[in-house]
Design a protein around this ligand. Sequence first.
Ligand SMILES: [Zn+2]
Length: 546
Amino acid sequence: MESDPYTTMGGGVESKVVPPSKNIPEISSPLGEVKAEDVSILYWVLKNKIKSEKGEELDFSDRLFLLDILGDWSQKIVWKKCSQVGGSVVFNIKSFFSLMKMGWSIIYTMPTETDVQEFVKTKTNPLILENKHLFPGISTDSVFLKQVGKRNLFFQGTVSKSAAISTSADVTVHDEISRSDQNKIKQYESRTKASKFRGKWIFSNPTTEKDELDVVWRQSDMKEWFCVCDNGHSELLRWPESIDKVRKCFQCADCKVELTREQRRTGSWQKTRESDVSGYHTSHLMAPWITAEEILKDADGDQEYFYNFILGEPYNPGDLSITRSFVLDNWTPKDLETGNWFLGVDVGNIKHYCLGSEKGIVKVGKFTKWEDLDDMMERYKPTLVIDAMPDNTMSRYYVERYQNAYMSFFQDNNTNPQQIMWWGEKDKQGIVYSNRNRILDHLIDYILKANCLFSMPSDMSMREYISHWLTMRRIKSTNAKGIEFYQWTSTNDVDHFAFATLYWYLAVQTRGQGHVFTENEKVPPAIDNSNRFVSFGSMLDSTDLE
Ligand SMILES: [Zn+2]
């Protein structure tokens, strides 16, 4: 028998222990006359056995991840969601609770008026009718307005000719914001000016655009669903690492042990950064009723659909898109060995490396133990470029210990913006600096021109190597001064092999082959390894830490 879903929830940010819906005792409240169901939406929902629009009692046992979202009263909430998780129902219930218990007025928007009509007819009105005792006096007559006393719940389409947004409210709820009129959404901000709460709750399946959903998500605390494996690792569910394509099962992204349905179901929300904006990201990976096999099948289909609706991620191929052929076209059965070895290492919990000659990549792989890197250093005696982030303790060790080892920092060259790659001098010897986005441009151009070949065996690791490249998108951004620039992002931050390749590329540049060093094709100063002095105390000033 499964354990009680409402008490086994992990230590999520807003986790609340809620008694099961049966035999809920009235909680004696320290607030005196205030009843628990007047202050706790979870208590209200469970005690009253709220029914869905289909007349079934709402069952959160497979959707424990919804409870925190339901009980979250942050002023700003953003939810980057996948399909099939019940987002609209959650925010409908929240809207009604706000209306009746908090005394708030709400504006609830959808992309178009047609969407609103369809939605209110098939979801909102049936919800009211199924739970009549909870919504006394709320009429289903009007599609666009529900009222309790003087409080209003407006339903509005953002694409509408009528100037309907002269109404004011305490909270604006924007359902499907990524498919809504973005200019109209901005105008809604003025609607809550008079309110003390001034709430703004937005949620949507993402699209291809860098829209408000994505922008606000990045400003938020970016909560992800973490699951604990049998070995005690707490890892967030993510594509593709959380699925084993061979065993067709979910797995711990760290130790690869299989994750059970129960382990996925009873995960917990954890912040991945600090912010006042409360952010949630849901994907099919955390839906216990969806199998790994189903997700793998979806992954082979239309990528835009897969990203937006299955992974709950934006899909943006950009104007310079990387396809499978990006690597496969440069694959060769020839021996690329020249006697010179270059090694690029991307650092994380798992280290990803690319080993090759100046002609291209011969071997790619992963390791977790640093001794494995020492073994490679002894065996191949390569020129090494290693990621100095997120923690440079170990990269320092390699720079100090080995002759041809460098640590990589990304930095813009403020004195000479044209220069995209340069070597640290004096007390910064052993560091290679580069402009992250521009050096990636150059590397990709370099590969597209077949200057880098691949001769690693066509196996799982090669497929994984390619999959990391496929997450890379070149997108247009605007800096604080309003100037547009292009930057490379990964759709899911699983880009380790792409960066390991970049470090290999930087290592190759130490030969002074001088493919590309600046926009003006300047050759870098030669490196004198005989007289290296690396002083780490002063090596890392704040500008190194991007
Ligand atoms: Zn594990």
